[in-house]
Design a protein around this ligand. Structure first.
Ligand code: COA
Length: 288
């Protein structure tokens, strides 16, 4: 179980969840003072309700049948219930975040900081929100078949792409389970030169990254700089402990880029991309 505050990351320790099981329970972080909620997993809720139900039934029967054995059984079930929750926490919910932000903008355990950290600047590039005004450039490189060859996305018609850019302009940053696509801008020209997708996993403990540079911006190190900055951003603003990049084994520029930013190959896996069977390499970098 992860007992860290989703706002400041400090360890808030274990707490009894009985009240949080029946109603939403909000508390203040003892370190940063931010109001957060106690995040109960459905399995914990099921264990508490099952235990409570069993005690009620056994207690009722004990009273009705005047049975001492059933009283003892009810007490034993109550004791088992109080042991079951810590065991569930330690064994089944090892990575579950006990505390979650109040608003829906960051799901449990995902974000460390609610403030918008964009634009985020590197020496030559800036990571910023995509916007509708990017449509022409965005569509030009996304419709290049070579650029999309090893990508999970497919080119969209103009209207859909415009809606996607509008959505990305205001989507919550690093909401677990959701992809957020960020623009890569050249600081020298102010032009959009590519984009980076980041998805923090549901448990908030790792993130996946995907990246694209428009063809005329390649071969100058912009991609590596942008991916390096995106990794920094993830580690600074989420609780993820590792960032993963998955690419087709034939995508040499992508593999070289990931190695350049310090990501190491950890696995090779079979996959099907756009109906084609392929082998993918998984690279990852851990929080330093
Ligand atoms: C993957 C992709 C972003 C890599 O682009 P890239 O320009 O090769 O990568 P970088 O930005 O790291 O640039 C590195 C190249 O610039 C060169 N370079 C020139 N000046 C440089 C500098 N100042 N700093 C670093 N590298 C520099 C490097 O030598 C290197 O060239 P090399 O690979 O021939 O040795 C690009 O090929 C792409 O968009 N592909 C299509 C989308 C895709 O497949 N994405 C991956 C899916 S996850």
């Amino acid at each position: 179980m992860d007992y860290r505050c989703p706002a400041c990351g400090s360890d808030l320790g274990r707490r009894k969840i009985s009240r949080a099981v029946v109603a939403r329970l909000e508390v203040d972080c003892s370190r940063c003072g931010k109001r957060i909620r106690v995040n109960v997993h459905p399995v914990e809720r099921a264990v508490v309700y099952a235990n409570f139900g069993a005690i009620l039934v056994l207690g009722g029967l004990a009273y009705w049948l005047e049975s001492r054995e059933l009283v003892i059984a009810a007490v034993a079930v109550a004791m088992a219930g109080s042991l079951a929750i810590p065991i569930v926490e330690r064994v089944y919910l090892r990575r579950w975040p006990r505390y979650a932000p109040l608003d829906g903008t960051h799901a449990p355990g995902g974000a460390r900081c609610a403030a918008e950290p964009l634009p985020h600047r590197g020496p030559r590039i800036a990571l910023r929100r995509l916007r509708e005004a990017d449509l022409t450039v965005f569509q030009a490189y996304r419709h290049d078949p070579e650029t999309g060859r090893y990508q999970g996305w497919t080119p969209q018609p103009g209207e859909q792409a415009a809606a996607f850019l509008a959505q990305m302009a205001r989507a919550p940053l690093f909401a677990p389970g959701e992809w957020i696509q960020l623009g890569i801008e050249s600081r020298e020209t102010g032009e959009l030169i590519g984009d980076i997708g980041v998805r923090v996993e549901h448990d908030g403990r790792s993130a996946e990254i995907g990246f694209t540079l428009r063809p005329d911006a390649r071969g100058a190190g912009f991609g590596a700089e942008a991916v390096g900055e995106a990794i920094r951003l993830v580690f600074a603003h989420t609780l993820a402990d590792r960032v993963v990049g998955i690419t087709d084994v034939r995508n040499t520029p992508s593999i070289r880029l990931m190695e350049r930013v310090g990501m190491r190959k950890v696995a090779t896996q079979e996959s099907v991309v756009r109906g084609e069977r392929c082998a993918e390499q998984v690279h990852e970098i851990a929080r330093g």
